[in-house]
Write a protein that binds this ligand. Structure first.
Ligand SMILES: [Cu+2]
Length: 161
């Protein structure tokens, strides 16, 4: 109830998701559409994308997570250095300010699934968690989608541990 009251007071829509989306709530946070992309056989690295909306009055921070298909879960940022996209682990997590929506998407900040135990297959889904500083551990489910025609597959070479 507190969440609804706060959201209403702020004039925010409580539920706003496309028909194809799926979302997960934890306190003031809404996790929208966790997704992943298929990997080739024997790949050791996969990606995770999602968005996080904070309808509360306190900031929160995504500091980690898990996925059933992966041995390790990291949050990565993409930066362009000398015209080359490089990814590095975000050590302090991802800040989600009150009223903000943070997108973890192709070409930007993303979830890196390392030490894959099995290939990630289009049309399937897998369980995972997101860990936040305030909201704690939030169970989510990643749906595996194809690569969009417009979005080039991100290269994750150099990510091998
Ligand atoms: Cu990465």
């Amino acid at each position: 109830m507190r969440f609804l009251a706060a959201a209403t007071a702020l004039g925010l829509a409580v539920v706003l998701s496309p028909a194809s989306g799926h979302e997960f709530k934890a306190g003031s946070l809404t996790i929208d559409h966790p997704s992943s992309r298929p990997t080739p056989p024997n790949a050791k690295v996969g990606v995770g994308y999602l968005s996080i909306r904070n309808d509360g009055t306190e900031p929160d921070r995504l500091i980690g997570g898990t996925a059933t298909v992966a041995g390790r879960f990291e949050v990565h940022a993409t930066t362009i250095e000398n015209g080359v996209a490089r990814m590095r682990r975000v050590e302090n997590g991802i800040l989600v300010e009150p009223g903000a929506t943070v997108d973890l998407a192709s070409g930007g900040t993303h979830v890196m699934l390392l030490d894959l135990k099995e290939p990630i297959v289009k049309g399937t889904s897998f369980d995972g968690t997101l860990v936040f500083e305030r909201a704690g551990t939030v169970p989510v489910r990643f749906s595996v989608e194809g690569f969009g025609a417009a979005a080039a597959a991100p290269s994750h070479e150099g990510h091998q541990p």
